[in-house]
Design a protein around this ligand. Structure first.
Ligand code: FPP
Ligand code: MG
Length: 296
């Protein structure tokens, strides 16, 4: 049997410790908060990012503070998803019925609030409370990004910079928190800005890829969400733009119409344009990491 490479094994051990830290942080919490936070389908992208960055800066893989900070980041993320599902009127999340679909919007907002409070309590116990402010700042930036996204619903004139600013808030801010926490946990405060800038750009790239992945079902089309693939496609193809605006003027998109619109977005090279935007954001992330290395 082939051996599991040491780096992968270290990540597995970390993810198991993360799961235990999440369960501990949620002791006595609402059952739905537990189910969504501990769901098997969760990808744990942000904790993995924090783990890798902190490791690169010399933080020990088994550091309890690292595991707890990663758990706090994941709880903030889960809280944001529970709230986002209310905003998006989503019906499923992480392979489970979404909290809003099961319990209604009012209860879902409260479940999200509980997750957020648990995250802040957990992070307040670390580094003498010094990590709380960056967490609150990240949540505020995410909220502003989500609000700007709502204001941009149905706006096919949104340009790439405006889309990137929304993505840098709703998604990039939490990625940036991972860069910030990695630097702070490593005792490398002078690296915070460069790590935050690099990871914020990673978050923008992730959001562009997530927008492409959304084309698998086209749910952003239902909510008139500013999806970068759709924005690029409708900019390139004015006939598609008019067709989508007409479809949005009707009360509801039929499934067959949604599927046809997704095919038209792909035909107008929306996915490849979005991937080019993701690659440009990745290049910016590399630039910030290179800058960090040069100053080392
Ligand atoms: C998913 O985006 C959602 C986000 C990236 C964050 C949304 C942020 C808020 C609702 C602000 C509130 C924040 C907290 C911490 C309570 P998406 O809709 O593009 O992705 P999806 O397809 O997974 O839903
Ligand atoms: Mg959503």
């Amino acid at each position: 049997m082939r051996e599991v490479p040491a780096a992968l094994r270290a990540q597995e051990v970390f993810l198991e410790a993360l799961q235990r830290a999440l369960a501990r942080a949620l002791a006595g919490a609402d059952e739905r908060a537990l189910a969504i936070a501990l769901a098997k389908d969760a990808k744990r992208v942000r904790p993995r990012l924090l783990f890798e960055l902190a490791g690169a800066l010399g933080v020990a893989a088994e550091s309890t503070a690292l595991v707890r900070a990663a758990a706090a980041v994941e709880l903030i993320h889960t809280a944001s998803l529970v709230h986002d599902d209310v905003v998006d009127m989503a019906t499923s999340r992480r392979g489970l019925p979404s909290v809003n679909a099961e319990l209604g919007n009012a209860a879902a907002v409260l479940v999200g609030d509980e997750l957020l409070c648990r995250a802040l309590t957990l992070v307040g116990e670390l580094s003498g409370g010094a990590l709380v402010a960056p967490c609150i700042e990240a949540v505020a930036a995410m909220t502003r990004g989500a609000l700007r996204e709502i204001a941009a619903y149905g706006d096919l004139g949104l340009d790439d910079d405006a889309w990137s600013e929304i993505a840098a808030g709703k998604t990039g801010a939490l990625f940036a928190l991972c860069g910030t926490l990695a630097a702070l946990l490593a005792g490398e405060a002078t690296r915070v800005t460069r790590f935050a800038d690099a990871t914020r750009a990673l978050g923008v790239a992730f959001q562009a890829a997530d927008d492409v992945a959304d084309l698998a079902n086209g749910s952003d089309l239902d909510e008139k969400n500013p999806n970068i693939a759709v924005l690029c496609a409708t900019r390139a193809d004015p006939v598609l733009r008019e067709r989508l605006l007409r479809a949005w003027a009707r009360p509801k998109l039929a499934a067959t119409e949604r599927a046809a619109l997704v095919r038209a977005v792909l035909a107008a090279q929306g996915a490849s344009a979005a991937i080019a935007i993701a690659n440009a954001a990745l290049a910016r992330a590399h630039g910030h990491f290179d800058d960090d290395r040069e100053r080392d």
